[in-house]
Design a protein around this ligand. Structure first.
Ligand SMILES: N[C@@H](CCC(=O)N[C@@H](CS)C(=O)NCC(=O)O)C(=O)O
Length: 204
């Protein structure tokens, strides 16, 4: 049985969204980031950073969200969230890594400052994050114009990772109206069956 460590609203949610889309059964070990559980020696033996998510699949223990997503998509679902040639796989990885490297830290910083700063947001940090998003979102907007998904004309793990990363900006109130293709793509991902099934679990 596959095990996913971390809660639905952390990056572990990206992993669980992929598993839902793939129709693969898993067990979720819900643990909050920076908690006694993630600091325990037992957990650090699985993930030396003490962060979530961590995946266990048989003898394999894996951390780093994108590595986990790439592994799952390559291993399960007959390429449902993946592709069948090196060039097509590289296209999926390219967009996932672009969002991870250029946009993820800024989207997270905005969310942290707006939602988790106990009413004392660092305006300079918000401005810096906003500048970074504005610098790189046009690349994504151009790519997504006339397209529903990032690669392969279907939802892949790049959309699951990227859409959920940029949804942090939405939660923080970032105005995506100047990026309508990006905005619609984030909504498409949030409304996809796998994400809806996952969110329904929190309401049970
Ligand atoms: N690059 C890592 C980042 C992991 C990460 O920062 N996870 C957050 C939760 S979404 C966490 O555990 N934070 C606690 C900490 O930074 O100590 C990944 O994608 O897996």
């Amino acid at each position: 049985m596959i095990r996913v460590y971390g809660g639905i609203f952390s990056r572990a949610g990206m992993v669980m969204c992929a598993l839902e889309a793939l129709g693969v059964e898993y067990e979720n070990i819900d643990m909050a980031p920076r908690s006694a559980q993630t600091s325990s020696p037992e957990y650090r033996a699985l993930n030396p950073m003490g962060k979530v998510p961590t995946l266990q699949d048989g003898d394999l223990t894996l951390w780093e969200t994108q590595a986990i997503l790439f592994y799952l998509a390559a291993s399960y679902g007959d390429n449902l969230l993946w592709a069948d040639t090196p060039a097509k796989v590289a296209e999926i990885q390219r967009w996932s890594l672009f969002i991870g490297n250029q946009l993820e830290a800024a989207a997270l910083q905005m969310l942290i400052q707006v939602k988790y700063s106990d009413g004392n947001p660092d305006q300079a940090a918000i401005d810096q994050a906003s500048q970074t998003l504005e610098a790189f979102l046009p690349v994504l907007e151009q790519h997504l114009t006339g397209k529903e998904w990032l690669a392969e004309d279907k939802m892949t793990v790049a959309d699951i990772h990227g859409g959920l990363v940029l949804a942090w900006g939405k939660l923080a109130g970032f105005d995506y109206s100047r990026y309508p293709a990006v905005n619609n793509w984030i909504k498409r991902l949030l409304n996809c069956d796998a994400q809806q099934t996952l969110m329904a679990r929190t309401r049970r």
